[in-house]
Each structure stands twice: as C-alpha cells, then as structure tokens.
Design a protein. Structure first.
Length: 116
C-alpha cells in the first residue's frame, strides 16, 4: 500500500485503467475501509501466528538468509530505524501480518527497539 503520488513519482509510465467501465460502481469510494477497521479476516489462512493481531500492519524485509518484520506502530513511535545487514539497503513490503506470515513463517518479528 502506498500513496498514488509516491507510486507515480517512482513509476511515471504507469497506466491506469479507466473508471468508465459501463457498470454503476463508485470508484472514488474506499471499498476496503470497513475491512481495515475490523479485526475479521475475509478468508481463512492456513497458518497463523498470534504474536501480534493478524491485521497488524507490518513492514517486512525478505533477505537471502532470513526475513524480518516490524509492526507499523513500532516504527511510527521511533521514526527512522536502521537494521544493519551487510551495508545493503532493502525496501520493505507493507502488508498485514497474516499475509506476511503466510509466505514467511520463519520471520523474526521485531516487537521492541533498544532504548524503548
């Protein structure tokens, strides 16, 4: 999930589908707002992990040897945080915890940062 302006700046040649589909659908409405505001999942998942709620937003990093996830709220409290790994920079995936855990069940979940 990202802001349109951020996406557009990084991918200026992106094509967008027309909202003129012939169907009476309000494409300006956020149809996922209710889903985001509930604790329910819309579908079952095979594996779960209850260290944080399934719909906690995390930033996941998939490295060659392991994966790490940081809850959004933890990073929001601390601002920028640097997790050093061989001096390389990695871009995170912003996703719900249940989705990240489904594909990265051995993830190290960071729940606190030194000094907090």
């Amino acid at each position: 999930m990202t802001r349109w302006s951020t996406w557009r700046a990084a991918h200026p040649d992106t094509l967008v589908l027309s909202a003129d589909t012939g169907f009476e659908v309000d494409y300006s409405a956020d149809h996922y707002a209710t889903y985001r505001d509930t604790t329910d999942l819309s579908f079952p998942v095979a594996e779960t992990d209850d260290r944080v709620h399934a719909k906690t937003v995390v930033y996941g990093f998939d490295f060659d040897t392991h994966s790490v996830a940081y809850p959004h709220e933890l990073l929001a409290q601390h601002g920028t945080y640097r997790h050093d790994l061989n001096g390389e920079q990695y871009k995170p995936v912003r996703v719900y915890w249940f989705a990240w855990f489904t594909f990265h069940p051995a993830t190290e979940l960071i729940l606190w940062i030194c000094g907090s």
